[in-house]
Design a binder for this molecule. Structure first.
Ligand SMILES: [Zn+2]
Length: 511
């Protein structure tokens, strides 16, 4: 994008944390024509911004976002901008808006939709295996035939040629969960041929976490793929502590020459769909088929049998909070736990889950409190772990009790985990939000402040930066971010949204 008439911006007097992990240092940063022109000695030119007492850093790259589903409706992306996020990496967990050939949707049409909405921030798209599988096999639980697998590979190759940065899987979500390891290996092999990252929401994050990490590393070994383990965590008290073994497995694989890494969000609750509490086969055929099973006493009993062993281990009824649901019988229970609903209905917790699903078209979002703080700390400190939100674009105020991570992730790491608890140094925290995630998707022009880089730059107050969104009151923007530049244009200036919308859909260029 040419922006020749744009005025130079000189950010003076700040502490530069350049994204590489190098120690913070005093340096002036000159932005010219959308690029970093200089980082070092000052030169009075153009518009001067005083950053005394503030930190100047690269714009944050959110490696694990679901913003592709909401950005076109909320292109100002204020929840992201106020955390310093300038690029969202989308299409995660196997879920992406494309390809959907039946509706004529591919990366080009998705990009056109986003471009028409003129977002404030950039989008770096990944393509989801769930979308590939749905396009070819629908929601059926069965093995793909050789022809179907070839068609999935072809659609993936098209997406790669159009410029996606990676392939993702969501192996707990239908229809991705219906794929065997061989299918994933074949697609990861295709992804690798095109130089793409392979990112996975693994098959299990609870009782079978270790087996799931083994599967992911096995896919990387078989395909040669660069592997990203998404939101690494251990769910349920019976599994707390297992992330240590998972990280060791990643270290061993890396020592063997595999390119493996992970990411993490700084919360002890996850956010997902209530259907994720069900045995996988219950989703065969999609939500409509599930609703039919829930209406059939025999099938319903089998689903309950599949759920009961998890209660108290990986499914804590008091920790599963209803976050979002449409109109229906339980519409007034948003913010309440499944345990509370079960008590009022006088049924067991698993039965309460099915009641809520049946009353709301099987479309219910939850926040799930099931992780240990020690585990979050351990993953966050691992050198290969990037900070990533797993959130989406939201505008306050809003309805329901969504997970606060969409508003707070990056500010929370800088505030709570870096300044308050000292778990990470500032340079390391910033590296985990900038050059590390950019390197995972092989995005060369962003993630550091060195001359020639695209001028995605943030200026924040290290004494004040922090998250305000809580589980009880999530609709709160983060604090402490003063200025945010996207390609040299201010989208946040002196703490105010400017209305500028310089974001665009970024595409991987082969090579
Ligand atoms: Zn996920």
């Amino acid at each position: 994008m040419r922006s020749g008439e744009m005025m130079d911006v000189l950010i003076t007097g700040g502490t530069l944390v350049d994204g590489t992990g190098a120690p913070p240092r005093r340096a002036d940063v000159l932005l010219r024509d959308g690029r970093v022109a200089r980082a070092g000695e000052g030169s009075r030119a153009g518009h001067v911004i005083d950053a005394s007492g503030l930190v100047v850093a690269p714009g944050f790259v959110d490696l694990h976002s679901h913003a592709d589903f909401t950005l076109a409706e909320q292109p100002d992306a204020e929840a992201c901008v106020r955390q310093g996020v300038t690029t969202v990496v989308t299409g995660n967990c196997g879920l992406s808006t494309f390809p959907a050939p039946a509706f004529g949707v591919d990366l080009d049409s998705f990009a056109a939709t986003v471009a028409a909405a003129r977002p404030a921030i950039n989008v770096a798209p990944l393509v989801g295996h769930g979308a590939l599988r749905a396009a070819v096999l629908g929601q059926e639980q069965r093995q793909a035939t050789a022809e179907e697998l070839a068609e999935m590979r072809r659609l993936l190759a098209v997406a790669a040629e159009q410029g996606v940065y990676g392939l993702t899987t969501g192996l707990i979500y239908a229809p991705g969960s219906f794929a065997d390891t061989a299918e994933i290996e074949a697609l990861a092999t295709e992804a690798t041929l095109h130089g793409l990252l392979y990112a996975t929401h693994m098959r299990d994050e609870g009782d079978r976490l270790i087996e799931a990490v083994q599967e992911a590393i096995g896919v990387a070994r078989a395909s040669g793929a660069r592997l990203q383990i998404s939101h690494l965590k251990a769910m349920g008290p019976a599994n707390h502590g297992k992330v240590a073994a998972a990280l060791e497995m990643l270290d061993t694989a890396a020592a063997d020459g595999l390119d493996v890494a992970c990411d993490v969000y700084p919360y002890t609750a996850s956010s997902t769909t209530l259907t994720s509490r069900l045995p996988g086969w219950a989703l065969d055929g999609g939500n409509q088929a599930l609703l039919e099973r829930l209406a059939d006493p025999e099938a319903r009993e089998r689903i309950l049998d599949g759920m009961r062993p998890a209660v108290g281990r990986t499914f804590l009824p008091e920790g599963v909070i209803i976050a979002t649901l449409g109109p229906g019988r339980f519409a007034d229970r948003v913010g309440d736990s499944i345990a509370a609903v079960a008590k009022d209905l006088d049924v067991e917790p698993s039965e309460a889950v099915l009641e809520v699903l049946a009353a709301h078209q099987a479309s219910v979002g939850i926040v799930n409190h099931a992780m240990a703080e020690q585990d979050v700390d351990l993953v966050l400190r691992h050198p290969s772990a990037a900070v990533a939100s797993d959130g989406w674009v939201m505008r306050a105020p809003g309805e329901g009790h969504p997970h606060p991570r969409s508003f707070g992730t990056f500010a929370r790491v800088l505030g709570r985990y870096t300044r308050e608890r000292g778990l990470l140094g500032l340079a390391e925290s910033v590296r985990k939000m900038t050059s590390l995630p950019a390197s995972r998707i092989a995005m060369a022009e962003r993630g550091t402040i060195v001359p020639g880089q695209v001028a995605d730059v943030v200026v924040f107050d290290p004494e004040r930066v922090g998250d305000l969104a809580t589980y009880a009151d999530p609709w709160q923007y983060a604090a402490g971010m003063r200025d945010v530049f996207v390609a040299g244009q201010a989208v946040l200036r002196d703490g105010e949204i400017t209305g500028a919308r310089p974001g665009r859909v970024l595409r991987r260029t082969a090579g």
